[in-house]
Ligand binder design. Structure first.
Ligand code: NAD
Length: 359
């Protein structure tokens, strides 16, 4: 069943863990370790079926390979999921059992926070394994909450996209619709509001939506309609797979730049967006600020200011990929995947050569 999963596509390994005493059920997918240890967070989610959990972890880990490669980080791609409700099923015993699973990879996989896993949970994992990042920030050292850095990266990617599409260097009066004003969406709205943008916001959590509307003078929209607003930019900052073959025709905005992972339900949606003249900034380039922070923290010896200067690079990476896509009249997600795959393949060739030399 695993080998036939559409999302399987060349994973190095997929491991299933069950710890009966704590109730832990987890899957760890390592897509590629060619560029370095597979790095990617852990998600805890009450998946309706085990198949959906598998599909999610496979898609996310492959995305991490591409994200790390495009961010120029010496890390491969991996991801883990714990099957369960983070509100009710999480316990210290379960997290410790999961920490021991991570330790068992001996450093080939490094985990961090994702949906349902908090900074406090990472501290529990860290009692069982060295291979974690996203720990509590210590002084001026790199690390801590990645969301503000992710949001700043999204803001820079949006600036690059707007410059290329509209030839404008300012957000003044630009209409931006943000789906999901959680940690990243909220910080993004703050940056956009300060830069003079006019905001439309939506969140399934009414309190979050109202807070953003109040603070930034934003108009409220329905969560499942906000991406179809007639605005300049839509910014998916909630869940993945929000743009699909079924709804892409309803998108009116000429630009899409958001933080959510795997925004396109299937790769071909990128082609359809391009044919409709909509410029889509590939999600894993746009939202790399968080992994830049986690990676520099894990490596050690870096200051927080080093993370911010890395995040600044998201502007240029976005620009270069979009320029190539526009010049070649190809979908930007296809161009980005091609560059990332080439970097991974080159690293694999280098590793093979070194192995041959050493033997
Ligand atoms: P978060 O959980 O803090 O915020 C997500 C928000 O989306 C919540 O307020 C939630 O209520 C809302 N939401 C959920 N479903 C929705 C829907 N259907 N319509 C509207 N709103 C909905 O998460 P976050 O850390 O802000 O991350 C946002 C997205 O960005 C996620 O997809 C995450 O995987 C991705 N991402 C986050 C980071 C990071 O540094 N936090 C890094 C890379 C990618």
């Amino acid at each position: 069943m695993v080998f036939h999963a559409d999302a399987y596509r060349n994973h190095e390994s997929v491991s299933f863990f069950h710890d009966e005493p704590s109730g832990l059920k987890a899957i760890v997918a390592l897509h590629s370790t060619a560029l370095g240890p597979a790095a990617g967070g852990c998600r805890m989610w009450p998946y309706a079926t085990e198949e959906l959990a598998l599909e999610d972890v496979l898609r996310l880990s492959r995305g991490m390979s591409f994200k790390n490669a495009m961010a120029g980080l010496p890390f491969g791609g991996g991801k883990s999921v714990i099957l369960g409700d983070s509100q009710h099923d999480k316990s210290e015993a379960l997290l410790r059992a999961f920490g021991r699973c991570i330790e068992g990879f001996g450093g080939r996989y490094v985990t961090a926070e994702d949906v349902g896993i908090s900074e406090a949970d990472i501290e529990i994992l860290a009692q069982e394994t060295r291979f974690v990042s996203g720990r509590r920030q210590r002084g001026a050292a790199a690390g801590g909450n990645p969301a503000p850095k992710t949001a700043f990266g999204v803001f820079l990617a949006m600036r690059a996209t707007v410059e290329l599409k509209l030839g404008r260097g300012s957000f003044e009066g630009m209409k931006v619709a943000v789906q999901g004003v959680g940690q990243v969406g909220y910080h993004l709205c703050k940056l956009l509001h300060s830069a003079g943008a006019v905001l439309v916001v939506a969140d399934v959590n009414t309190a979050s939506a109202e807070r953003a509307a109040g603070e930034f003078g934003a108009r409220l929209a329905a969560p499942d309609e906000v991406l179809f607003e007639a605005v300049d930019v839509i910014s998916p900052c909630a869940l993945g797979a929000v743009l699909s073959r079924d709804n892409v025709a309803r998108v009116q905005a000429p630009m899409i730049v958001g933080a959510a992972n795997n925004q396109l339900a299937t790769d071909d949606v990128g082609g359809e967006l391009m044919r409709r003249g909509i410029l889509y900034a590939p999600d894993y380039i746009v939202n790399a600020g968080g992994i830049m922070s986690a990676a520099l923290e894990y490596q050690g010896g870096h200051a927080e200011k080093d993370v911010w200067s890395r995040v600044n690079g998201i502007y240029e990476t976005t620009r270069l990929v979009l320029i190539q896509a526009m010049r070649e009249e190809r979908a930007a997600n296809e161009v980005a995947d091609e560059i990332a795959l080439a970097r991974i393949a080159a690293a694999r060739r280098r590793n093979d050569t070194e192995l041959r030399r050493a033997s």
